[in-house]
Design a protein around this ligand. Structure first.
Ligand code: TXA
Ligand code: MG
Length: 321
């Protein structure tokens, strides 16, 4: 059910969960300092207790009470906050262990969405918020996706329209000094490197190294079995094989054949930003058709957007070699 702003803030202050718009994906929010409220997030999502949550705050000054901040943090927060960059820092004792999945570190992000920021201002609470989807399902980029995902068990939703980025934040670990990207996202590692004037380690291209517990290799998947082809040529070769399967092309220019009901294009205008913005909504649309399989392909990793796209697509299905 949708709720208005005032009701949303009251619910959060009383220890309930509410799904709220952010500029990346909708987040399932609750008071990060209240263990019983945070427990409801894990229960609603069916999320394993060892998978920590991102805590959302208004600005970098608010981080001091929750985490041991450092120079990397203040320099990068000034450049990239508010926005889709999450920092991992050493946590202070005030943060309940349930929020950090038992870790000594905490994930912090200052979202750019006015809807979310107004809730942070009004409640004056740090809000823990993972993506508002049942664990291992697709992240929601509209209020309708949240309602569709949870059906009759749906939490309250504060609608803020569709999400501008459409993809989860970049996660950067600066808790051990040397910056490391744990999850690729809208903020490009090259921009972080240029800002810092030093190299940033990229860990997500290796398999799950256990450092970001939620970044497992199966994640973000549609209900429909999903086949991931290595490139566009291999996807095109399959296109006539089966009428009861759906084919998703990243860009309009890749799909020259006449449009059919079982073909979806993520970005008709061939834009990299739109590729990420529309990725999950296209997968949601494909899933709703209830066909036998979804077929999709990887892109050459020549820019950050394609790296992020490939990361999420690989987690959505099975790679066909
Ligand atoms: O854009 C986003 O980040 C969205 C919106 C709602 O802010 N949130 C989001 O949350 O994607 P979630 O829970 O779906 O993903 C958080 C990721 C998980 O992979 C989790 O394991 C990792 O961040 N994470 C959280 N705390 C961590 C920590 N202390 N150390 C390492 N990884 C952590
Ligand atoms: Mg998630």
């Amino acid at each position: 059910m949708l709720v208005d702003f005032e009701t949303c803030c009251e619910l959060l202050k009383n220890g309930s969960v509410v799904a709220i718009h952010t500029e990346t994906v909708y987040g399932l929010a609750a008071n990060a300092l209240c263990p019983t409220a945070v427990k409801k997030i894990y229960q609603t999502k069916g999320r394993p207790a060892q998978n920590p949550l991102i805590v959302h705050i208004l600005n970098s000054a608010r981080a001091r009470s929750l985490a041991f901040t450092n120079e990397y943090f203040f320099s990068l927060a000034e450049e990239f906050w508010p926005g889709p960059l999450t920092f991992i820092l050493e946590s202070k004792d005030i943060v309940p262990k349930i929020t950090t999945g038992g870790l000594n570190t905490i994930a912090l992000r200052s979202p750019e969405s006015d809807v979310f920021r107004n809730v942070l201002r009004k409640t004056n609470l740090p809000l823990a918020a993972p993506s508002a989807n049942p664990t291992n399902k697709l992240s929601p980029t509209t209020a309708q996706h949240v309602l569709d995902n949870f059906k009759s068990d749906c939490p309250k939703v504060l609608d803020g329209g569709s999400c501008r980025e459409g993809i989860e934040s970049t996660v950067l670990d600066i808790s051990k000094g040397k910056p490391r990207i744990l999850r690729p996202g809208p903020v490009d590692p090259h921009d972080i490197e240029n800002h810092l004037g030093q190299k940033v380690e990229i860990t997500h291209l290796k398999s799950n190294d256990g450092k970001s517990p939620g970044n497992s290799l199966t994640h973000y998947s549609p209900i429909t079995p999903t086949k991931v082809f290595l490139n566009q040529t291999k996807l095109l070769a399959e296109i006539n094989s089966s009428k009861d399967q759906i084919f998703i092309f990243p860009f309009g220019k890749m799909c020259k054949s006449p449009k059919r009901p079982n073909i979806l294009v993520i970005s008709e205008s061939n834009s990299r930003e739109e590729l990420l913005r529309n990725l999950y909504s296209t997968l949601h649309d494909a899933d709703k058709k209830n066909l036998a399989a979804i077929n999709i392909c990887l892109l050459p990793p020549t820019c950050n957007q394609y790296v992020v796209y490939n990361d999420r697509i690989k987690r959505a299905g099975t790679i066909i070699n």
